[in-house]
Design a protein around this ligand. Sequence first.
Ligand SMILES: NC(=O)c1ccc[n+]([C@@H]2O[C@H](COP(=O)([O-])OP(=O)(O)OC[C@H]3O[C@@H](n4cnc5c(N)ncnc54)[C@H](OP(=O)(O)O)[C@@H]3O)[C@@H](O)[C@H]2O)c1
Length: 269
Amino acid sequence: MRDSAHALPDHPSYADASDASFHQIWTLINDKGAAALHLPQVAHHRLTAAYLPFILADRSRSLVVGQLGQSLDGRIATPSGASRGISGDAALDHLHRIRALVDAVIVGAGTVVADNPRLTTRRIAGRSPARVLIDPNGRSSRQAHWLTSGDVARIVFSDCGDGWPTDVIRIPSPDGDGRFPPAMIIETLGLLGWKKLLVEGGARTVSQFLDAGALHRLHITVAPVILGSGPAGLDLHPIDLLNEARRPRVGLHILGDGNVLYDCDLSAN
Ligand SMILES: NC(=O)c1ccc[n+]([C@@H]2O[C@H](COP(=O)([O-])OP(=O)(O)OC[C@H]3O[C@@H](n4cnc5c(N)ncnc54)[C@H](OP(=O)(O)O)[C@@H]3O)[C@@H](O)[C@H]2O)c1
């Protein structure tokens, strides 16, 4: 019996990605796209709902999702910046599925410096998205994995022109001051046909996009671990009153290993 079946009763609000059938469902979604949604085994698995907005997205508009993998106490890394191992395998599989469903994945310079992520879909069946780095001062390594692993298009938003590989497109800041408003980034990528975007981290980058009203969805996975210190996932403009808080509609999914996905729909906020 699955762990999550012990943790939660069989409830229509919950779906478990750790059951063997979900792997098969993902394969169908990946192979057939929207056509798979007519298949009963796909339509009836509640976790499919987390992927529907990407599968059915209207390509004339951008769809931007932020993600954070955090601890029970809301931290996304230790004080020294280590974040690998917070999320369990099931949450990482979920992250790779979202990567496979978007056109491009966006990260900030802090994440490349701290984590050196590859930004591929190697954990699952699915194609890897294009990669976008926001690195105004060009402080990340030119040997970093996002530049060297795999054969996908790469863009850097940076005012520093030094040392990028020749096939990397560099876009300078509009006013030459190293600031890249999220709306400008989304519009620029949209002109390339990259409409479905994943803002994968870190905290400052996701927070900026959320503060700017530039996220349509936010996927927060909560892992059963307590760090007790370290940066919070979100740090937004302060509010005084609770009625100013964002209260997105939320889909809740059990991913396995005790990891839970909060799929937040921000479109009404
Ligand atoms: N658990 C998770 O889900 C997760 C995911 C990703 C990362 N992380 C962790 O998060 C930490 C890194 O996060 P972070 O908040 O320090 O850094 P970050 O968000 O990765 O990068 C922030 C930096 O990127 C640049 N940047 C981002 N958006 C910009 C914009 N719109 N305009 C101009 N510059 C922009 C700036 O670079 P400059 O500083 O050069 O100006 C900014 O300081 C690491 O510890 C990593 O392990 C955790």
